[in-house]
Design a protein around this ligand. Structure first.
Ligand SMILES: [Zn+2]
Length: 436
């Protein structure tokens, strides 16, 4: 008899009217149509002791903390779950709406555009509660197992140049090509659902696109759902902050990459001798916040340099100046949620906030050991990029992003994050390597 139960649900969150689109700074006109639907999907699990956890995957750019807090409150009130038991991951599609509360502030929007976003927010709020309640209502005895494959359309995008690191393909740069897959079957072995991950920006469609799409991630889960009618496939974004699909720019490439990812999951399911390892309970969740150190208040020279980087950064510089002018003391830390979910001795899921650069895969492996490890980035709180110390020192796109209303992460952020991951992994009972 399985010691875990699982439940699935999904709900459509495609915008119903033209809406301003998130992700690319230069795109200032609303969407003009829909290529494929945006979804919110939930996987609920419960162990023999009654501990529950819900993973929600969403085809949106991000869940900022302010909006996530509203949604999490709704979910907790409606279901009795606690915040520590809920993961909201975003696929980071760059062909979806600007939405949320804090993220909205990064953009220049007309009152009418804000109204559209508010209407969309309201709808997503309701649907998120529904999808979690539906997944909990679907809870049935389940066998969980996992395996890891690989696919190679991910490309490092930190290209060294004589004038510093540029955002461009870097074929020799590090990427995480792994495709972790969690398989959920009923006790008779019938496939009920799949959760799979990849560490790559969901940006196959570029900044000129004004059609709504779940990007490559959508093609991947739809591919799998076609192979297994009635089964629910879900995409969990990994640490892909400094990685893009390659090549990119067209809907055909979106399909090609997404179906390559889906086909790799399918290959794992079909391949003779492929060993899916059992994932058993108990589920132990260690949840906390990490106080990430911030750099001191930016200097006038720093703000001048930002103003020269284009409109998006110039506006940021103006907002920072307004913060300085307000006379409020500059914050020393930014506090963000982080968690480790431990399934028996079988699998550790590290749930990271923000856009996490690929270095953290290797750093976390070094910190808590490489075995039975799955690291998800892009979970709410989405605050912007989480650089490693290396990326911070090298500079470039992912190294210094302003956290709206707070500041810039300091180079010591890596130590703060890793030490919290280690503490949480110990607390959750992950079998730890001897690192002495
Ligand atoms: Zn991004």
């Amino acid at each position: 008899m399985p010691d875990l139960k699982a439940g699935f649900a999904q709900v459509d969150i495609t915008p119903e009217e033209p809406i301003r689109m998130g992700g690319y700074g230069g795109r200032d006109e609303p969407s003009v149509g829909v290529l494929d639907p945006l979804m919110a999907k939930a996987l609920a699990v419960e162990d023999a002791g009654g501990e529950r956890g819900v993973i929600i995957t969403t085809d949106v750019i991000s869940f900022d903390l302010d909006f996530a807090n509203v949604v999490l409150d709704d979910i907790c009130k409606a279901t009795g779950l606690e915040r520590r038991q809920i993961i909201i991951n975003s696929s980071h599609t760059h062909a979806g709406p600007i939405f949320g509360i804090r993220y909205q502030q990064c953009w220049e929007l007309t009152p009418e555009q804000i109204e559209v976003i508010e209407r969309y927010n309201k709808r997503v709020r309701q649907r998120m509660v529904e999808v979690v309640a539906d997944a909990l209502a679907d809870m049935k005895p389940a066998e969980l197992s996992w395996a890891t494959g690989s696919t190679s359309f991910v490309m490092n995008r930190r290209k060294p140049t004589p004038t510093g690191v540029r955002n461009a393909p870097n074929p020799r740069g590090y990427v995480d090509r792994s495709v972790p897959v969690l398989r959920v079957t009923d006790p008779a072995g019938r496939l009920r659902g799949l959760l799979f991950g990849y560490a790559c920006h969901n940006t196959t469609l570029g900044g000129a696109n004004r059609m709504i799409s779940a990007n490559y991630a959508g093609f991947a889960y739809r591919y799998l759902e076609r192979q297994h009618p009635g089964m629910q496939a879900m995409f969990l974004m990994g640490c892909g902050a400094d990685a893009n699909p390659y090549p990119r720019g067209t809907y055909d490439l979106c399909r090609q990459h997404g179906e390559a990812l889906g086909a790799e999951v399918q290959r794992l399911l079909e391949e003779e001798g492929q060993e899916f390892q059992p994932v058993r309970g108990p589920l132990r969740i260690a949840f906390d916040h990490v106080d990430m150190p911030l750099e001191p208040q930016p200097t006038p020279e720093h703000l001048d340099a930002m103003r020269k980087q284009g409109q998006y950064y110039a506006k940021q510089a103006d907002r920072i100046q307004a913060m300085i002018d307000s006379g409020k003391p500059w914050a020393t830390h930014y506090r963000s949620p982080i968690a480790v979910w431990q399934f028996g001795e079988d699998l550790t899921l590290v749930r990271m906030s923000g856009e996490v650069v690929g270095d953290y895969i290797r750093l976390i492996e070094r910190t808590i050991g490489p075995l039975n490890l799955w690291v998800a980035g892009y979970c709410a709180d989405y605050f912007g990029y989480l650089p490693s110390a290396r990326v911070h020192r090298e500079g470039g796109y992912e190294s210094h992003e302003f956290i709206t209303g707070f500041g810039f992460l300091d180079v010591t952020v890596e130590d703060a994050v890793l030490s919290k991951v280690r503490t949480l992994a110990e607390k959750a009972g992950r079998p730890m390597p001897d690192t002495k």
